[in-house]
Design a protein around this ligand. Sequence first.
Ligand code: NAD
Ligand code: TYD
Length: 370
Amino acid sequence: MNCYLVTGGAGFIGANFVKYLLKKHTDIQIVVLDSLTYAGNLGTIKDDLNDARLTFVKGDVKDREVVTSVFEKYPLNFVVNFAAESHVDRSIENPQVFLETNILGTQNILDVAKKYWTTGKDAKGYPTYKEGVKYLQVSTDEVYGSLGETGYFTETTPLDPRSPYSASKTGADLIVKAYGETYKMPINITRCSNNYGPYHFPEKLIPLIIKNILEGKKLPVYGDGSNVRDWLFVEDHCKAIDAVVLKGRAGEVYNVGGHNEKKNIEIVKLTISTIQQLMKENPAYQSVLKTSLDNINENLITYVTDRLGHDQRYAIDPTKITGELGWYPETKFEVGIEKTIRWYLENQAWVEEVTSGDYQKYYEQMYGNR
Ligand code: NAD
Ligand code: TYD
């Protein structure tokens, strides 16, 4: 039986991954370790915790005692490390916590895993490991930097991070790679493009735009809206991670992309028109509006001061994972965005729950700076 440590499992992708694993595999155990920062919400996996296969531990990935205690208590053979500070804008305001969590937290987990997974040494002095162990680092295409109008990121594209967030994720990737090379630890790194889907914290573009439309608030588009992201439906990402944990060759990096490039302004306009259409098709949805349906139109779009060092374009070449593991992005964007919007329309209580803390204060400060 596989026993997973899923760090950051109360966040957006981590929670979706936990739900995916519970549906896909019968004979598993999952331990979620999450410190529940502003981006983590236990309510997201509350119902899943009724399943005896899932356990939640509140704790910080930087905390040696906590990480040791979960390895001591559970027969973990897989680690999937989602835990991170994940928002570029916040990294521009306060880089330090990004380095602490994303780099030092990663190194702490690696070190404890190495201790619990090694069985001895080979003739050359390299550690040997228990059968069937694997550490997977969930990374990002942002470590490759920014593209011009053409080209794609492959696994051999030089690392060239440009924001404090992507620099911290690159630091993490390098220490994971070092454990793979120096200690021959079985590791993988996955680098994916921008995810979207249910349980996405409404500070990232798509869930923020949905929230603001429903409230009749302005839709802030940074710069001229021409920046391009390669959008990946979160469930497709979860399938990719599952495949890499189980079948990825140790030591390898796999890029995971949606083959779905869109300019930010296209995303915003498509979100407006999809919400208009859903509201007309199903008038019951109008009950969630905090504005009138007539106010939902492109006049809400407002161009604001650009993000500092704003990466122009990301686009992934997923040939390697498709060729080796048979993975491909199954969800067409038009289908994924409609599913996502319907989810938000039907789960406003979740939005209220996750935005009840310091959210308002953060936004007043953010927009005050723009
Ligand atoms: P998220 O911000 O929604 O969730 C992060 C989770 O990690 C939260 O539950 C938070 O409480 C937890 N966490 C933060 N610091 C912690 C700490 N010190 N100890 C324990 N838990 C801690 O992030 P997400 O969007 O779900 O991203 C998950 C991972 O995927 C991150 O590593 C991110 O860099 C990577 N990634 C995300 C995207 C994306 O589009 N969202 C794209 C590429 C890569
Ligand atoms: P974001 O969701 O923060 O993801 P990332 O910066 O990791 O790609 O942003 C996606 C794109 O949308 C990015 O080009 C910045 C832009 N953006 C806006 O135009 N307005 C917003 O309010 C936000 C949050 C992002």
